[in-house]
Design a protein. Structure first.
Ligand code: TXA
Ligand code: MG
Length: 329
């Protein structure tokens, strides 16, 4: 069954069609990274602006030599530990990668996804797969095949169902200069782990206004409902209303809450989702995007969140919550 599906995916991708693929982070919308027409289809299906470059997926870092000019030794060391996995390497590209993939940047983002189905697919192809997350541009990333189907089902010929994504937030994007690593997007591999393995203090260059600093455009990963990422002290609950400091007043029945490990008093329980009652930060990441989608469907006007603790994958969770929010803390 699965083998048949993989063979069908191979066939479609060879014809420069696009296919949704599972990874351990989020689902991707994949096409032949060497073929401009295939890439064009990805941008069209997602309604993605061309200034936002794509990540190219392959099955080993060494294999990336086909399409990058050099690989720093520290990346090999990191790949030994974290690949396949939620770590994306920025590398100088060869001309075989069309400019449309990298939005004319001289570097290409490379990742080895840790999902058996997608790894077997990659091994059957003689080209790598460019794949952004499989959601309409700006909306919440998909962590199940059903999420992909709900929004892009009519635009793509095949969705490979590999189950729910284990990690639940996108990969960490890193660059290298003179042996020093910089994080450009927080993600599945934590800053703490990178620091522990490299012995470096690692800087993060996360920007929301500069599209050459990866993935960090404003209003990203956002539900349709207005989301407020605020502090507990910035709200006051009186009788049946909730007052947001400097903002509006809502009836408590109009408010949804996305919590880490605790419910918010007074808000109806059916309008609250707690990511990890046991306080497990990995579990919170795994459930994040699904929870945002669920709240988005409820009969409420706004979603409030206080974020999660700021360690390990919590940095990536808070980054996504901030980008999803109309009003930041
Ligand atoms: O976990 C992931 O990384 C998922 C799965 C499908 O692999 N992919 C993903 O792709 O999150 P996407 O397109 O949603 O986000 C990729 C981000 C883009 O926002 C882009 O700005 C950044 O990576 N990026 C890609 N190439 C880059 C480059 N050459 N330089 C800087 N940033 C780059
Ligand atoms: Mg994305």
């Amino acid at each position: 069954m699965i083998t048949k599906e993989i063979d069908l995916a191979v066939e479609l991708l060879q014809k420069n069609e696009i296919v949704a693929i599972p990874t351990e982070t989020v689902y991707g919308l994949a096409g032949n990274a060497y073929n401009q027409k295939a890439i064009q289809k990805i941008f069209e299906a997602k309604n993605r602006p061309q200034y936002d470059p794509l990540i190219v997926h392959t099955y080993s870092l060494d294999n990336a030599k086909d399409f990058v000019t050099s690989i720093p030794s520290i990346f090999y060391e990191l790949a030994n530990i974290f690949s396949p996995g939620a770590l994306t390497f920025l590398l100088p590209k060869k001309n075989i990668i069309p400019d449309i993939v990298t939005s004319h940047l001289p570097t290409v983002a490379v990742r080895i996804p840790n999902h058996s189905l997608t790894l077997s697919l990659l091994k059957k192809l003689d080209f790598p797969l460019a794949a952004p997350s499989a959601n309409p541009f700006g909306y919440i990333s998909p962590t199940t095949a059903q999420h992909v189907e709900a929004q892009l089902g009519d635009k793509i010929p095949l969705i490979l169902d590999g189950g729910a994504c284990e990690i639940g937030v996108e990969s960490t994007i890193i660059g290298e200069k003179n042996g020093q690593i910089t994080i450009f997007r927080y993600g599945g591999v934590s800053k703490e782990d990178l620091e522990a393995w490299t012995g470096q203090i690692i800087q993060a260059q996360i920007s929301s206004s500069n599209p050459t600093a990866p993935g960090q455009l404003e209003s990203h990963y956002a539900p349709e409902k207005k989301m407020y990422f605020i502090k507990r002290n910035d709200i006051e609950i009186q009788n049946n209303t909730i007052h947001l400091k400097n903002f509006d007043v809502f009836d408590i029945n109009e408010v949804g809450f996305l919590g880490f490990d605790e419910y918010l008093e007074k808000i109806p329980r059916e309008n609250q989702i707690i990511l990890a009652e046991n306080g497990n930060i990995q579990l919170a990441a795994q459930r994040l995007f699904g929870a945002m989608r669920e709240l988005d469907k409820k009969n409420i006007k706004i979603i409030i969140t206080f974020g999660v603790p700021t360690y390990q994958i919590g940095l990536a969770i808070n980054d996504r919550l901030q980008r999803a929010s109309t009003y930041l803390q």
